[in-house]
Design a protein around this ligand. Structure first.
Ligand code: UT7
Length: 322
């Protein structure tokens, strides 16, 4: 049986770190409001020369080093992003060039905050079908460039960054072996107006700015995330108490708490980085994963659940024996 095994993780953040207090000098908000309602304390904001592709390539370099393989060994790059460097070509091809890879398959996936989960399922399918052997799966965003910096209800919530994993095809005869055990995705396109960008190539010919009805998104997020995690664990034949770590999309600390409570998971099993990175959309899950791998919390052989929900709506989860 071929499984996709995580053999390395990496991440990258822009150099500039912005506190809530600094934002409160620009818009009518406060550190108290942001911390109480979201748990966010800091976010990183891309500066000149820092783009989705440069952050993605930096995250890939650290993931490749962790995996102990050469960039030329990669035959597939899938980059999840809603903020590509250019409308086309895919930013994944820019990453390919930056990494000096002569030939591979490279494309972007657009599912906003769930993009990394979508990319993981696509790559896992390609690996298990024998199309790819070693892949870079990336979530990378520069949401600061689509924020309305005069809208306090959204601009305080997001940040920039990138995370990447290296997935490798490994043959395992053992049901209890390492690798991605299950992935489950959903979409419900009726909710476009709750979280969207008010511009686009084929409508306004502009990039647009992010708009969100936060309270309604919040409600859907808790329900959808708890149900997709339950679904994906059932598909893997596991109970919630067998989970070692949940690495959730980092949108709001209150969503993380409420979802964990619904599943009966102790908060100590939930990896939280929203305080340091804010919501980095498709980058948030691989960024948080890399943090928890590097600080030694996530160990080989443990059961790790990834989950995310975002614009569309789209949502999904993956269960991995790490
Ligand atoms: O990544 C995709 C998924 N995204 C999410 O999951 C986001 C989900 N939503 C949320 O995280 C929360 O709904 C928010 C953090 C966006 C908002 O928190 P909330 O507790 O739902 O607040 P609210 O929208 O109900 O607003 C409460 C009050 C309002 O004032 P009034 O109308 O009660 O007078 C807002 O105008 O807070 C006000 N407010 C602010 N005050 C200070 C909104 N933004 C701010 C702000 N600073 N930045």
């Amino acid at each position: 049986m071929i499984r996709s095994v995580v053999i390395g993780t990496g991440s990258a953040l822009p150099a500039r770190r912005v506190s809530n207090a600094e934002l409160a000098e620009q818009v009518d908000t406060s550190d108290e409001w942001i911390v109480e309602r979201t748990g966010i304390r800091f976010r990183h904001i891309a500066g000149e020369g820092e783009t989705t592709a440069t952050l993605a390539a930096d995250a890939c370099r650290t993931a490749l080093t962790a995996a102990g393989i050469d960039a030329q060994d990669i035959d597939l790059i899938v980059l999840a992003t809603a903020t590509p460097d250019q409308t086309f070509p895919a930013s994944a091809t820019k990453v390919q060039a930056m990494l000096g890879i002569d030939d591979c398959v490279a494309f972007d996936v657009a599912a906003v905050c769930s993009g990394f989960l979508y990319a993981v399922q696509v790559v896992d399918s390609m690996i298990r079908s024998g199309v790819a052997k070693r892949a870079l799966v990336i979530g990378a965003e520069t949401f600061s460039r689509i924020l309305d910096w005069e809208d306090r209800t959204t601009c305080v919530l997001f940040g920039d960054g990138a995370g990447a994993i290296v997935l490798e095809a490994q043959d395992t005869a053992d049901e209890g072996g390492r690798g991605i055990l299950t992935t489950k995705l959903h979409a419900d396109g009726r909710h476009n107006e709750l979280l969207y960008v008010d511009g686009g190539v084929s409508t306004t010919g502009t990039v647009g700015k992010l708009r969100m009805k936060g309270r309604e998104v919040f409600r859907h997020a808790v329900t959808n995330l708890a149900s997709v995690m339950t679904e994906s664990l059932a598909m893997a034949g596991l109970e919630a108490d067998q989970v070692d770590w949940v690495v959730p999309h980092q949108a709001n600390a209150r969503i993380l708490d409420a979802t964990a409570r619904k599943l009966g998971l102790v908060p100590a099993k939930v990896v939280v980085t929203v305080d340091q990175h804010a919501n980095t959309s498709a980058a948030s899950v691989p960024l948080a994963l890399d943090v928890a791998v590097r600080d030694g919390r996530i160990q080989q052989g443990q059961i790790v659940v990834l989950e995310a929900m975002g614009g569309g709506f789209t949502w999904g989860a993956a269960v991995i024996r790490f």
